[in-house]
Ligand binder design. Structure first.
Ligand code: FES
Length: 356
């Protein structure tokens, strides 16, 4: 059967009765039709231009971090809005173009179909394809070269943009910097011998509240961030230290007499009953914010991984397969908690080439 016959058969088999069918442009090639064609094509051209702009901005727009007030900050801070706008506008224009095409060129048709239960049979499913093809044909898509070309350009450029956006993060090298690469180092690493304190977040950036052992009740937990005295009064540095995704640490104070099992090589990472673990889940990086003081379990709310705090925060339930990294801590001569070093393993979800 020809595609047209199959399309007719599809309607008959589905019990569809065509009550009215009139082509939008019975006289072909009129000026009004050309105008309608241009009105549709302009949306596809805009989608293509926005898609092209998205690709260029995604690759070339300055995206490396620039602090407030430094040269280039405006360019850096507008990266996300620009990329987001161009991407969104490209999708929007493509969608409007498709809707406009259907409205302006698909025939006016009124059909009536009786409802039936259950799944469509094999013949129905085959003939629907022919029906769709026939509908496309009746809109005269074949001779509308302007629309075909502009829609092809828009869809093609948009598709390339999507591909680049998907592959872009794979091209950046997360190991750039060797041992100092961002994957290995966190804000807890002491720089130039400067002490790194454990600081709580009071909600006021410039208000520095360092944590001392007596601040925690037995059986409690507190979230802390790295802090150096050189950062005092420097809002940018304080914000950076607090917002870094690998910075949050939970300090847990066990009840006196709680038995713990320490990890080999990390026997002196705790300070008495105080243990500090990374708060970043080793499954997919959510904050493991729930501490159950009764059975000393740390819970991740995202996919319900559980870690046993008394046994070096090893996973005991859920998808996480790695213990939460432990931060070595002690107390300085003034009685404040300080980090003895950075974590000795990578924080967060597992990844290829992670060091053991
Ligand atoms: S991110 Fe924590 S369980 Fe998935």
């Amino acid at each position: 059967m020809t595609p047209d016959e199959l399309a007719t058969l599809a309607g008959t088999l589905d019990g569809v009765e065509v009550v009215h069918n009139a082509p939008k442009w019975p006289v072909k090639g009129t000026r009004a039709e050309k105008r309608a064609e241009r009105a549709v094509a302009i949306w596809f051209v805009l989608a293509a231009l926005a898609g092209l702009g998205f690709i260029v901005a995604f690759i070339a727009w300055p995206h490396e971090y620039v602090a407030v007030g430094e040269p280039g900050y405006d360019w850096y801070s507008s990266y996300t809005p620009v990329v987001g706008f161009l991407f969104g506008f490209s999708v929007l224009a493509l969608g409007i173009g498709i809707i406009a095409y259907v409205k302006k060129f698909f025939p006016d048709e009124v059909s009536v179909q009786q409802r039936h239960d259950g799944r469509s049979d094999e013949v129905d499913r085959k003939t629907i394809i022919a029906q769709l093809a026939s509908a496309g044909k009746s809109s005269d898509i074949g001779r509308r070269k302007l629309i075909v070309r502009s829609a092809g350009a828009a869809a093609g450029i948009f598709g390339i943009g999507l591909g680049i956006a998907a592959l872009g993060p794979l091209i950046r090298n997360p190991w750039k910097g060797g041992d100092d690469a961002a994957l290995w180092v966190t804000g807890w690493r002491p720089e130039k011998g400067e002490t790194v304190y454990l600081r709580r977040d009071t909600g006021i950036l410039g208000e520095i509240s360092r944590v001392r052992p007596e601040d925690l009740e037995a059986g409690s937990m507190e979230t802390v961030f790295p802090y150096r005295e050189s950062e005092r009064g420097d809002d940018e540095a304080l914000l950076h230290a607090q917002r870094a995704s690998d910075a949050p640490v939970m300090v847990i104070r066990f009840r006196p007499g709680t038995k713990t099992i320490k990890r080999q090589g990390q026997e002196n990472f705790n300070f008495g009953d105080y243990y500090a673990f990374s708060k970043v889940c080793t499954h997919l990086g959510c904050p493991t914010s729930l501490f159950e003081a009764q059975d000393n379990k740390i819970l991740c709310p995202c996919h319900q991984s559980q870690f046993l705090a008394t046994e070096f925060a090893r996973p005991i339930f859920g998808p996480a397969t790695r213990a939460l990294p432990q931060l070595p801590i002690t107390v300085d001569s003034e009685g404040y908690f300080v980090a003895r070093s950075d974590f000795i393993e990578a924080v967060g979800p597992a990844f290829w080439e992670r060091r053991p």
